[in-house]
Ligand binder design. Sequence first.
Ligand code: GLU
Length: 302
Amino acid sequence: MSAAGRFAPSPSGDLHLGNLRTALLAWLFARSTGRDFVIRMEDLDRVRPGAAQRQLSDLAAIGLDWSEPVIWQSARREVYRAAVAELTSAGETFECFCTRREIQEAPSAPHAPPGAYPGTCRDLTEPQRAQRRGDRPAAIRLRADTASFTVHDQLHDQLHGDYTGEVDDFVLLRGDGTPAYNLAVVVDDAAAGIDQVVRGEDLLSSAPRQAYLAVRLGYPVPEYAHVPMVLNTDRIRLSKRDGAITLAQLADHGIDSARALTLMAESLGLAAPGESVDVETLLRRFDPARIPREPWLFTPPG
Ligand code: GLU
């Protein structure tokens, strides 16, 4: 299996310029290092009908290409269950019966960071578990043996690229049996030979948990680059409310996909204002060390 990078959208709606810019960066990182590029649809929940196909056609419209087939998480539920079964048979998971409210209201464990799972169900006895099973279906949590983990991130290199973040007994399978995002990402990245994870900065705080889970499952830890977000003029992350931010909406304002690519390239310092570019040109110019570390402030037209 060759080394690969990836873009892993959730098909909950159309991609906006921020998502497309992250995809472009992931493609540039992968291609500039001779890697394959994989698209994975994270369609385990929050799926909007038709969104995945529109996302793929928008990625193609800005010039990206990828290895077929596209990976669909919804087709891989058994693989996630098998990974959890493996951990469970080694005694590395536990059933959790807590509601969100119970977790919020529980006193936190000494030295635990705020919001960390307080450990309520970690040491239940078998009779206690048997009794709780009647209340509600259990979620499955990882029995973590550390409170933090350090990953290396190419774009957060103030401290030699080390980013240390919280690890707690996080959920692997939700009570309704749905694999948790952290589990599916780790299992899928390993299965597809993905050794380079480029994605939005909003996911940096998830990386330590995911890298730690990879280690627990005996998988290699990928290298990371968490890229700056796109913000509106109020410095809030771009969202539907901002209006013209998807390719279809921009087209209504006379900005076609070639022009949208140029705008993204300009924001990355890879094109002069108004210069028309294609992704191959950007690839020749790409230098990860020169990616702006600040968010891109984008004013939607109209
Ligand atoms: N599906 C996630 C999202 O769209 C990204 C997951 C990842 O890149 O690890 O936010």
